[in-house]
Design a protein around this ligand. Structure first.
Ligand SMILES: *Cc1c(COP(=O)(O)O)cnc(C)c1O
Length: 475
């Protein structure tokens, strides 16, 4: 593709993008296709000769687009959001065009130095004390893996990478029964092993881990000759927003010399609002914290920030220094690839810089406060409808509910059918979870351009589809 053509198709893509965003509300949120339907339209062999861009672009619109679930749709209420504020999309285009590989300071000094700066902006924005530095990882899963590897190496006095785990005392890591599956994976991949992830029971409305049980588990493990390495706490768990008492957990961690990692992948963004910081009171006691600006804050996916108390331990765990990666004659520069598992890294700081400047913290706070208020209002409205029950009250902008009309025997099956029927309807998109073993429907609002009317429409759709489904069952 030559320069003029590149210009033409870039303009075309920009126009397409603006039209797409403008017309999102008219599209079904979740793709309405059957498995295999898209693949059946794609050639099974690669082309031997060049095809015209007109045809490729037309095929994108006709064959690919119908199979997309629209994550930027203002009525996307499923999972957690993966936002892409328009301004961050613009920044991402520039990053894509330059396509720099920002593994070392010298492979793009601006990327490294801007990353250091915006991480510190975010530290201030979230009310974290000085002394935390950080790095942008590709995902919370990678950040948690980096944290687990660091706790492993620290507990093994930096011998794990060299000697492996055989012959070592059994490492133990502690987390509640509400943490994300990325914690399980980090435990598998780090070689610690699932049986050494000790699940601490949770209690209370926020489903927080019981700090007394946590300490008892650590003491019991020590008595058996095991080697406690760290604790993983969560603020805003994926299922229903479970939130640990960070101050209590941090004091146990401190007492026993354990590394504390806090997973606030979703809820961390809300901490730009001072009134929500009560949910992570005591956070200054953490060794590392992960939050995803790509979830609620609006930075284009992917963008996951890990704050770190002592980057030296992380670098000691992950840095490799073959000759070709050395930066001779430049002391004091940061090579962020030493802070993460992958070597290669994209320039992710630019979209944060654009986003924070274009909206300002006040603009982002208003968005988050609105989402929380609208979710709370929706929970109140649903609770007032006979047959609906609120299963877990709103934690920030997330709550769960259930449709429980008289005469329906299998409520789990009924609610699964209800979620499917709602998603087939297409006007909104929801997902389900299990709370104490029983199916509940999750609702969260966090899409960057969602409005109050979109949340009001969620109420109408839920009530209407539930009534239709129930009538259809002949009740
Ligand atoms: C989304 C989420 C994760 C996983 O995030 P990735 O960036 O997709 O790895 C982990 N923990 C919590 C609490 C989450 O909400």
């Amino acid at each position: 593709m030559y320069s003029e053509e590149f210009r033409h198709w870039s303009h075309k893509a920009a126009d397409w993008g603006a039209d797409y965003r403008e017309t999102l509300r008219d599209r079904p949120v979740r793709a309405q296709t059957q498995p295999g339907e898209i693949a059946a339209q794609i050639a099974t062999a690669p082309p031997e000769t060049a095809e015209p861009m007109e045809q490729i672009f037309a095929d994108f619109e006709q064959k690919i687009l119908p199979g997309m679930t629209h994550w930027q749709h203002p009525r996307f209420f499923a999972y957690f959001p993966a936002n892409a504020a328009p301004v961050s999309v613009v920044a991402e285009y520039l990053v894509t065009v330059m396509a720099a590989q920002c593994m070392l300071w010298q492979t793009s000094p601006a990327a490294t130095e801007l990353e250091t700066r915006v991480i510190d902006w975010l530290r201030q924005a979230l009310g974290l004390p000085e002394g935390f530095s950080g790095v942008i990882q590709d995902s919370a899963s990678s950040a948690t893996l980096a944290a687990v590897l660091t706790m492993r190496e620290r507990a093994l006095e930096w011998q794990g990478n060299k000697q492996g785990l055989s012959g070592q005392n059994r490492l133990r890591v502690y987390a509640s029964d509400q943490v994300h599956t990325s914690i399980d994976r980090a435990i598998w991949v780090s070689g610690i092993g699932e049986e050494n992830l000790v699940r601490i029971p949770t209690a209370g409305a926020l489903r927080s881990m019981d700090a007394t049980a946590l300490e008892a588990a650590i003491l019991a493990d020590k008595a058996q000759g095991f080697l406690p390495a760290g604790i993983i706490a969560c603020v805003g768990g994926t299922s229903v927003g479970a939130t640990d008492d960070i101050a209590a957990v941090a004091s146990v961690a401190k007492k026993h010399g354990l590394y504390l990692h806090v997973d606030a992948a979703w809820a961390g963004s809300a901490m730009i609002c001072p009134e929500f910081r009560r949910f992570w009171a005591g956070i200054e006691g953490a060794d590392s914290i992960v939050f995803n600006p790509h979830k609620w804050l609006g930075a284009q996916f992917d963008c996951s920030v890990q704050f770190i108390r002592d980057p030296d331990s992380l670098v000691r765990t992950l840095a490799i220094k073959p000759e070709y990666l050395k930066t001779h004659g430049k002391d004091g520069v940061i090579n962020y690839s030493e802070w993460s598992v992958p070597l290669g890294r994209r320039f992710r700081a630019l979209k944060l810089w654009f986003l924070l400047r274009a909206h300002g913290l006040e603009g982002l706070r208003t968005m988050i406060r609105n989402h929380v208020a609208w979710a709370e209002a929706l929970a109140v409205r649903l609770e007032a409808v006979p047959d609906f029950e609120i299963v877990t009250q709103p934690m920030l902008s997330l709550f769960s509910f259930r449709h429980a009309p008289n005469g329906v025997e299998d409520l789990d099956e009924h609610n699964l059918r209800l979620v499917n029927a709602i998603n087939d309807d297409g006007r909104i998109y929801l997902t389900q979870t299990r709370v104490d073993g029983r199916v509940a429907i999750r609702f969260q609002v966090g899409q960057f351009e969602a409005g109050e009317a979109d949340v009001a429409q969620a109420f109408d759709v839920i009530a209407e589809v539930a009534a239709r489904l129930h009538a259809g069952q002949g009740a």
